[in-house]
Design a protein around this ligand. Structure first.
Ligand SMILES: NC(=O)c1ccc[n+]([C@@H]2O[C@H](COP(=O)([O-])OP(=O)(O)OC[C@H]3O[C@@H](n4cnc5c(N)ncnc54)[C@H](O)[C@@H]3O)[C@@H](O)[C@H]2O)c1
Length: 388
């Protein structure tokens, strides 16, 4: 299905070598990629695919969305074929890989269908909103021998990478307790995702990023979770969803970490998301202000903001030739890099451990699922009973 981008370099006397791909990217693939879901975040993933296509790394050829306006936008911007039904897209386009960027509760059916069509997949977080659904996706990927990559971009955030490295080196000693929060402005649940906000929660939508980052950085998952949450502000606006979920994770060695997820910050907050991390150990501690990365701007033309150019920057990246950069972009580009490695002869087993995979994603899902179960039980401790 994929075709190859091979450049022959020659001297006057003859060929001296054949270089596959461009700019040092591995493999020689020109994979045919499609996207399913072209909404708010799908538009960003499509933009990254569009850039990668311009740079000659992939053939971004198709998009599917049940919403005509979202689909038309992708078709117009990237010249891809558009489909209202993703199944028709998969049947017609001889794709190699897809990105699934549909609402949180709509990943399973699409991902299983894509896996059965032997397509590699990037699936947005959370992989699914039930551990059982996430496991069905994993099984489908395994049975069909396709890559299942979950877009947990915090693993590309340098501050999280530093925490992981320092925990491994013992910089903070034995961790004792910690606190993480991640909070969106209320515009997201009340406007952007209002159609499906009752089927998600702040813990599914953003908290799961922090849970995966913790699982990844610590190399282990909590033994149990207890959580509380309230439905006040958004309920008063007609949306049946939690304003916040406050989850307390307990680990086998006694470590306790509280993770607060919310999406009711006022729209006047100068960033889309507020996020902080504090971990305290026997020999030290770490604090990260993930919202204020030290960049604030004032402009007559737009709302002034505290921005995070490390996460997303609309500026040409000289290394990747992508028109965008930042860790949210790197996460999607890394998926493309893995596809190119596969085309270059790597086996799925060779890539294991180098990317956010299904097994790790099911663990993040299970922790958030347990937090919801606990909240319904009034904060009772819910056992995780799974190993990372
Ligand atoms: N990685 C991140 O940081 C990040 C950020 C935001 C959102 N997300 C995730 O991305 C996913 C999508 O979120 P969003 O913000 O783009 O939501 P959205 O509502 O803006 O977009 C979802 C799109 O999927 C489409 N869709 C629904 N059912 C479909 C179907 N059966 N076939 C094709 N298209 C369908 C909708 O019409 C819509 O255009 C969610 O899982 C969300 O959690 C990830």
């Amino acid at each position: 299905m994929c075709y190859h981008n091979v450049t022959i370099y020659s001297t006057e006397n003859g060929v001296i070598g054949a270089v596959n791909g461009v700019n040092g990217w591995e493999g020689d693939a020109m994979y045919r990629l499609g996207i399913i879901g072209c909404g708010l975040y799908g538009a960003r993933v499509a933009r990254i695919f569009g850039d990668a296509a311009k740079a000659g790394r992939i053939d971004f050829c198709a998009a599917a969305d049940v919403d005509g306006a979202a689909l038309d936008d992708a078709v117009r911007r990237y010249g891809v074929a558009g489909y209202a039904d993703y199944r028709e897209m998969i049947a017609a386009e001889a794709l190699d890989a897809v990105a699934v960027v549909t609402p949180d509760h709509l990943h399973e059916e699409i991902a299983v269908f894509a896996a059965e069509a032997k397509l590699h997949m990037l699936v947005q977080k959370p992989l699914d909103t039930t551990a059982a659904g996430a496991r069905r996706i994993i099984r489908a990927a395994e049975e069909n021998g396709v890559l299942l990559y979950v877009d947990f971009h915090k693993r590309f955030d340098p501050s999280i990478v530093q925490i992981k490295d320092q925990i491994a080196k013992g910089t903070y000693g034995r961790l004792l307790y910690g606190y993480l929060n991640i909070e969106d402005i209320i515009e997201y649940p009340s406007a952007a995702f209002k159609k499906w906000v009752h089927l998600s929660s702040p813990a599914w939508f953003i908290g799961v990023h922090m849970i995966d980052a913790l699982n990844w950085a610590l190399g282990r998952a909590p033994a149990s979770v207890s959580a509380v949450g309230q439905k006040v502000k958004l309920a008063s606006m007609g949306f049946d969803t939690y304003d916040y979920i406050s989850a307390r994770l307990r680990y086998a060695d006694g470590l306790t970490i509280t993770v607060d997820s919310s999406w009711v910050l006022p729209n006047s907050f100068p960033s889309a998301v507020n996020q902080n991390i504090r971990l305290v150990g026997t020999e030290g501690f770490v604090e990260i202000d993930g919202q204020d990365r030290g960049v604030q701007y004032w402009s007559a033309a737009e709302k002034s903001a505290v921005s995070n150019p490390y996460g997303f920057l609309e500026s040409h990246n000289r290394l990747t030739d992508c028109g965008l950069s930042g860790y949210t972009v790197d996460s999607v580009l890394y998926y493309i890099k893995l596809l190119q490695k596969l085309d270059g002869g790597a086996r799925l087993a060779d890539l294991r451990g180098s990317y956010p995979d299904g097994a790790e994603a099911v663990m993040a899902t299970r922790v958030v699922e347990a937090a919801h179960e606990s909240a319904l039980l009034g904060g009772a401790d819910v056992l995780i009973k799974e190993a990372l």
